[in-house]
Design a protein around this ligand. Structure first.
Ligand code: CTP
Length: 434
């Protein structure tokens, strides 16, 4: 079962692959299970666990992306989802029996095990994992896993104690060594009322893992790299209820963190206060002040690349008031500001721990290139991504028009959605690190 594909966990998976698989038409002449000739095919083994219901959503996502799905439903799996639902969503026949005369006549289990580009087990129960790790072949699912010559991706799901059991951990280690890929499990509340690792990864995350496995390692050039990204504003308190902040939405930084994760990087996103969801596969650390942001960045080192997108407050209040300031006769308070540490400059000068590539951002209102180039020199970073924040729709908006400034040249990128800028920058980072 050795696989040419890299092992990965649930972080840093790609959505970009979706565009590779044109959605299938729903023409009247389509036969059940038809997929286009170029489409990828997945053999999906659905094991027996409460989480099996999520496999239906997974099938839906895969079919929507044009991926062919042929389901194998274990006997235990059939206690949780019906063959009819799986068949309807996959638009294919559901296989369950090893010794079924009709199934074997139609497609023998050896042929079945090799009919797909990828074998996926979701949910992968402790029992299926144990069988596979030990080469048992007592039913259709385990026989298929033993007979396949295709990469295998497992999405484990089980009770936390079963997951932590040394026997299960031994089996997982064996499978990892055999080249089996894993996605999840997640930590959290379980159907059995307990809490901890063992929850099936969410269907979109499994979907991403499948797409990444189908695409192969070339699509994930940042695999094995660690990227540090700062994003959002900082908030510098005045008293327990007031503070100084700015209008940064965090969108560009979040998009960059997500784009780096899609290319396979392990991403630590140090975020000021924003109301954005964490991008898929990104580890997020929430901070408020510039000093907290610096400490979190230093704690996240070493990193291969640092992308400093945050709009860090240049100054903080010298002495934060311990209680809420009241309007009294003495008039408005006199606030004294002191300078905050420069995170980008500090990280650019961290000696051996310095990321190989340090990228700063410059939000400018005039003389954009000139100011940004001066910043590059002053802060000691390798690239500055400069943008003119007076352009309508940039600050807090969806688009960005940037210059990529390195020591020896300036590139002017055409105005594009922040996601697209993020994707292009992530690609450039991957090229530069390779
Ligand atoms: N930056 C930082 N720490 C700071 C200030 C800025 O890490 N205390 C980083 C930003 O994340 C960005 C780059 O430095 O990558 C430039 O930020 P900007 O606010 O444009 O630069 P300043 O040094 O604050 O310069 P000025 O406000 O005078 O333009």
């Amino acid at each position: 079962m050795s696989s040419p594909l890299p092992r990965f966990c649930s972080r840093g998976l790609t959505l970009a692959a979706m565009s590779l698989y044109a959605p299938l038409g729903r023409g009247a002449n389509r036969k059940a299970g038809d997929v286009s000739d170029q489409a990828k095919r997945v053999l999906l083994i659905v094991g027996g666990g409460v989480a099996a219901y999520k496999s239906l959503e997974l099938v839906r996502l895969l079919r929507k992306a044009g991926v062919g799905v042929r389901p194998i439903l274990t006997k235990a799996g059939a206690e949780f989802v019906t063959p009819l639902s799986l068949s309807a969503l996959s638009e294919d026949k559901v296989y369950s029996e090893l010794f079924s005369l009709t199934d074997e006549a139609e497609m023998g289990h050896i042929e079945l095990s090799r009919s797909a580009d990828l074998v996926v087990v979701a949910p992968a129960t402790a029992d299926l994992i144990a069988k596979c790790a030990n080469g048992l072949a007592g039913d259709l699912a385990s026989t298929t896993l033993l007979a396949t010559d295709k990469p295998v991706l497992m999405a484990p799901a089980m009770n936390v104690r079963m997951w932590l059991q040394p026997a299960t951990q031994r089996n997982l280690e064996t499978l990892r060594k055999d080249g089996v890929l894993f996605v999840g499990p997640d930590d959290g509340a379980m159907a059995c009322g307990e809490f901890g690792p063992g929850r099936l990864a969410e269907p979109p995350v499994i979907f991403e893992a499948i797409m990444a496995a189908l695409e192969g390692p070339a699509a994930r050039p940042l695999t094995g790299r660690h990227a540090l990204v700062t994003a959002g504003p900082t908030f510098e308190p005045i008293d327990p209820v007031r503070g100084v902040t700015n209008r940064s939405s965090g969108r560009q930084g979040y998009a960059i963190a997500g784009a780096l994760a899609k290319l396979g990087a392990r991403v630590t996103l140090i975020s000021g206060p924003v109301s954005l969801p964490t991008p898929l596969g990104v580890d997020r650390v929430d901070v408020e002040t510039a000093r907290e942001m610096l400490a979190a960045c230093q704690a996240a080192l070493p990193a291969d690349v640092g992308v400093f997108v945050a709009a860090v407050a240049d100054w903080r209040i010298d002495e934060v008031f311990g209680t809420k300031l009241k309007k009294d006769k003495s008039g408005p308070p006199a606030l004294t500001f002191v300078e905050n540490p420069d995170i980008l400059a500090t990280l650019s000068a961290t000696g051996p721990q310095r990321p190989k590539l340090v990228v700063g951002f410059a939000a400018e209102t005039d003389h954009v290139e000139e100011h940004a180039r001066a910043k590059l020199a002053r802060k000691g970073c390798d690239w500055i991504i400069a943008n003119d924040v007076t352009e309508p729709g940039v600050m807090g908006g969806e688009e960005n028009a940037v210059l990529l400034i390195s020591r020896d040249k300036t590139e002017r990128w055409t105005r594009a959605a922040k996601d697209s800028v993020a994707h292009d920058l992530a690609k450039r980072i991957a090229e530069s690190l390779s």
